[in-house]
Design a protein around this ligand. Structure first.
Ligand SMILES: [Zn+2]
Length: 175
């Protein structure tokens, strides 16, 4: 039988994991809220429907997506068999995210031709890219505005030409 002492040491170690997981939840939530906030603002500038933007990435909050995502993004990644499992679970979560969400690159990953994707989802890609940029931005200096970001990325952006042209109309020509 374990000594009382050892029992509490084990318990304390378990508590450490619990705290670590909550820290990761917090980091994940913090990132996602920043991302969603900037997607919303950018999307409104692009005249996308509010509901569409409010639902952006909603399924990242499902436990079956949230937990593998959190574990993969925030755990200390070292080359061990355990991490291969973490990676696999994360890939599964990514797949699940793709299959149940609307933005255009998800259709793309599923092999749907771009012409079958509603134009507002194709434009939403820019809001998504900008939201990633802003959520990761740590300085120095000020972050680019949406228009600056677009001018900077336009050429190498994977967004389709028709959506590109509509984005130009909004951001560059103000139509
Ligand atoms: Zn997103």
């Amino acid at each position: 039988m374990k000594s009382k002492h050892a029992y509490y040491i084990d318990k304390w170690a378990g508590f450490g994991d619990w705290v670590e997981n909550r820290k990761q939840d917090w980091a994940n939530l913090n990132y996602l809220s920043k991302h969603k906030y900037h997607v919303l603002r950018a999307g409104l500038k692009l005249d996308l429907p509010f509901l569409q933007l409010a639902l952006h990435d909603y399924n990242k909050f499902y436990p079956s997506v949230w937990i593998p995502w959190r574990e993969w993004s925030y755990s200390k990644k070292v080359e061990t068999p355990l991490d291969a499992k973490l990676f696999q679970d994360w890939r599964k979560a990514v797949q699940k995210h793709y299959e149940s969400e609307s933005h255009a690159h998800h259709y793309h990953k599923m092999g749907v031709p771009v012409e079958k994707v509603p134009i507002e989802y194709r434009i939403e890609r820019l809001a998504d890219h900008y939201g990633v940029y802003r959520a990761n931005f740590k300085g120095p200096g000020k972050p680019m505005t949406l228009t600056q970001f677009w001018m900077n990325r336009r050429e190498r952006s994977p967004i389709d030409p028709i959506a590109k042209s509509l984005i130009d109309q909004k951001l560059i020509y103000g139509v």
